[in-house]
Design a protein. Sequence first.
Length: 137
Amino acid sequence: MAGEYKKPLPVPSEDSGPFWEACRRHELCLQRCEACGRFRFPPAILCPECHSLAFQWAPVSGRGKVWSFVVFHRAYHPGFAEELPYTVAWIELEEGARVISNVVGCRPDEVRCDMSVEVGFEDVTPEVTLPKFRPRG
């Protein structure tokens, strides 16, 4: 098949399935603790703040800042060879949770800590959509 996606794909689990389903709808949703209100990522059975088991999936703004990042200059999987160099960042969302994703839409040497970003979505297969972050403003 022409244009076949050659990079590893996420394998949704029982815990992460709702996150990936929301991404397919081009929505960023995270677990939110019903006891303390904290958003969390990655999905987990209990809240790391108050240890409650009660949570709901809730949409988040998709806006945040680069908390930390790394620029890859070596392809550790052949599927990434044509994209070198590329940036992987830890994004702190406005809601407080941190997610790991790519920063796209700018050169890797333009990425900085505290840089404002917003989520966008890349439909990589009919079943999988990946959240990626772009500079905001």
